[in-house]
Ligand binder design. Structure first.
Ligand SMILES: Cc1cc2nc3c(=O)[nH]c(=O)nc-3n(C[C@H](O)[C@H](O)[C@H](O)COP(=O)(O)O)c2cc1C
Length: 338
């Protein structure tokens, strides 16, 4: 299967909820939540893509070429590149019945594992959203990071115990889900979390705890104080608050303040290996990709996910070659212009 075939299949399978645009930039689907779009005017989703596109690269091929090594280590495991799947859940709610939650979560967990990387996985009011991917990641030796929504603490702690049974290397919470337009309507009790509640979750997790949905230095400091090992700089793909800055705009200041104290992941608008390179240059330790993986899975199942991830990793290596980077650590702010 080629990537073009994956896209053609996806266009049929995702219609009318996602148009599989030439560029997945949030314009055609603005305001479509549920759906694939951004909340309100869709400005935050659109800005994630636009601001990342504005950053340019410093071409430099005058060096002694020893090849490009994109590998990166997290939690004592080695990955083909610091590029992971972002947690996405709710196929019935957001997309089409061409793929159910079981097929989607299996495709993304297996496809990422086959490409030498890993998937963060989602959660929802329906317990299947958390539990199905736990089953697949357990089959792959705990290869995945379950991401639990900020429910009331009793529910959170129950879900942490379920997640631990799959033996993942880390557990995350998408704290920004407090702003999801449909969660309350579905009967969920997700809301803002105090430092005390976060610390309780970090302790219950008993392994690296990642707070997803941080957009300010202050938020990053609070996550650190609450015992987080890492954060995901994220605005949930523009789905929780209209008119936030782009993630690539806030990442450098968060990296300057917190680099070395917290591991920094980022998502929002990453579509290619070139985009991943830009985020790494802005200070991220690793990059998460969301919507394009849904397209890949609807177009080709686990194979589609593997093909897409391998394409992104190849693009990242090519960008490293053309900017004079031999290893991921060579990707610094000097390699880009903004
Ligand atoms: C349909 C949909 C469902 C999502 N579900 C979750 C989820 O269950 N948990 C979570 O942490 N983030 C969820 N997200 C947000 C993604 O993890 C990620 O932050 C966002 O998609 C990144 O932006 P991108 O799609 O532009 O790459 C979801 C996003 C979409 C589009």
């Amino acid at each position: 299967m080629t990537y073009q075939e994956v896209l053609e299949n996806a266009r049929k399978n995702l219609a009318p909820r996602c148009r599989v645009c030439r560029e997945c930039d949030g314009r055609a689907c603005r305001g479509e939540v549920p759906g694939a779009g951004g909340k309100g005017t869709g400005a935050a989703f659109i800005r994630n893509v636009e601001k990342l596109r504005e950053i340019t690269l410093n071409l430099d091929v005058l060096y002694d070429n020893r090849g490009q090594d994109s590998r990166a280590s997290f939690w004592g495991r080695e990955f083909a590149a610091p590029v992971f799947a972002a947690p996405i859940g709710g196929m019935a709610h957001n997309y089409t019945p061409a793929m159910d939650e079981a097929a989607w979560t299996k495709a993304v967990v297996d496809g990422c594992a086959d490409a030498g990387v890993l998937a963060f996985t989602g959660d929802g009011v329906n317990p299947e959203l958390l539990e199905l991917p736990l089953r697949w990641m357990k089959e792959r030796g705990g290869l995945g990071v379950p991401t639990i929504k900020p429910w009331g603490m009793e529910t959170v702690l129950e879900k942490v115990e379920k997640a631990k049974a799959a033996d993942p290397p880390a557990i995350a919470m998408d704290v920004d889900s407090a702003g999801l337009p449909f969660l309350a309507a579905q009967g969920g009790d997700a809301g803002p979390k105090s430092a005390k509640a976060l610390r309780q979750m970090a302790e219950a997790a008993g392994r690296p705890f990642i707070v997803k949905g941080i957009m300010t230095v202050e938020g990053a400091r609070k996550a650190l104080e609450a015992g987080a090992w890492g954060i995901v700089v994220s605005n949930h793909g523009g789905r929780v608050l209209d008119h936030t800055p782009a993630t690539c705009e806030v990442l450098p200041e968060i990296a300057a303040a917190m680099g070395g104290k917290l591991r920094l992941f980022v998502d929002g608008g990453v579509r290619t290996g070139v985009d991943a390179f830009k985020m790494l240059a802005l200070g991220a330790d690793a990059v998460l990709i969301g919507r394009p993986l849904v397209t890949a899975a609807y177009g080709g199942g686990a194979e589609g996910v593997r093909i897409y991830m391998e394409k992104v990793i190849a693009e990242l290596r090519d960008t490293m070659k053309m900017t004079g980077c031999a290893v991921i650590g060579d990707i610094t702010e000097r390699k880009i212009r903004r």
